[in-house]
Write a new protein. Structure first.
Length: 320
């Protein structure tokens, strides 16, 4: 998309073009109607220049958040910090619209390859601010993931934030197991195990050793290892301190280690959560992505892995 050409368009014409783009995506009509309005909040409440300076900023995440909080504080009666994420997601999707045609889109979109060619050679775009922005916008546009995440946030942050009541823990563990297809066939022993650990203060402190304590559960006569589930359970209580591990993240980190030598970890180190988190932080620093928190890096890496290292079965969720 020619951004300069887009900048020259009148407000109504730009909104009309953007609505056509939204309608071409797999997005519900209510979401389209909301995005058609809320995307241009900074233009309406501030100015055209403020809108364009924000959506094209190099440090988009920080500049957009600051501009939105300022505008919301001045023009809304609600809590600006609680409202900002919704407006930010609309701006990310608009940046996806700007990258949807031309060189930017070609660079960002993965090439379609046959299975045999993919096994022979995979050429994944280098991690960059542009790539992270593209995939964060893509995440916001995937309504099924977005609504699933919203449902889990309501469950973990509002309805059942503590882990002292077995019913609360069972509800959270069962929902995670279903949403993420983590294939735990007997969830009650897992919930009982978590409840017995007295984890609330450790979750709040971001204690990375907690993942190991949760992941090993004795069921019957055997010890089970629910590593990916344990990272998800912790992450949904404290997403900034607990990035999620799964097979897509595993493939992406190994790929860039082998290609760019951003780290010298061994494959099995990714199955050790303390080492895994350090590796992900090293990845972020090596590619100059320090402006993004671990939740955003997690979303980017997972979608990248989903595009370039697809499984041969079904539609993969964030399971093992």
């Amino acid at each position: 998309m020619d951004t300069n050409k887009m900048k020259s368009l009148p407000y109504d014409e730009l909104r009309s073009l953007y609505k056509e783009f939204l309608q071409s995506q797999n997005i519900s009509n209510p979401t389209i109607n909301t995005a058609h309005s809320d995307t241009f909040y900074l233009w309406r409440k501030g100015s055209k220049d403020l809108f364009w300076d924000t959506v094209t900023a190099i440090d988009f995440e920080n500049e957009a958040k600051n501009s939105l909080i300022k505008a919301l504080s001045e023009n809304s009666t609600g809590n600006a910090k609680s409202l900002v994420n919704g407006y930010l997601s609309h701006l990310r999707r608009f940046r996806l619209f700007l990258a949807s045609d031309g060189a930017a889109a070609e660079q960002s979109m993965p090439m379609k390859e046959s299975t045999s060619n993919r096994k022979m050679k995979i050429n994944v775009p280098a991690p960059s601010i542009e790539q992270v922005e593209f995939y964060l916008a893509k995440w916001d546009g995937l309504e099924n993931y977005h609504l699933q995440e919203d449902a889990l946030n309501k469950l973990f942050f509002e309805l059942c934030p503590k882990n002292t009541d077995i019913i609360d823990v069972l509800l959270k563990a069962s929902t995670l197991n279903d949403f993420y297809s983590t294939n735990i066939f007997s969830i009650y022993p897992v919930a009982k195990h978590i409840c017995a650990l007295d984890i609330d203060s450790r979750l709040k402190a971001g204690d990375v050793t907690l993942v190991r304590d949760i992941q090993y559960v004795t069921i019957g006569d055997s010890e089970k290892n629910f590593y990916s589930f344990a990272t998800k359970y912790c992450s949904h209580h404290n997403p900034l301190d607990y990035p999620i591990y799964d097979s897509y993240v595993y493939e992406v980190l190994r790929y860039f280690r082998n290609r760019d030598s951003f780290s010298d970890f061994q494959d099995d180190d990714l199955k050790d959560y303390i080492k895994f988190k350090v590796i992900l932080i090293d990845f972020r620093a090596f590619y100059g992505l320090d402006n993004y928190d671990l939740k955003q890096i997690d979303q980017y890496v997972w979608l990248l892995g989903k595009d370039y290292f697809p499984k041969n079965y079904g539609k993969k969720k964030r399971g093992d």
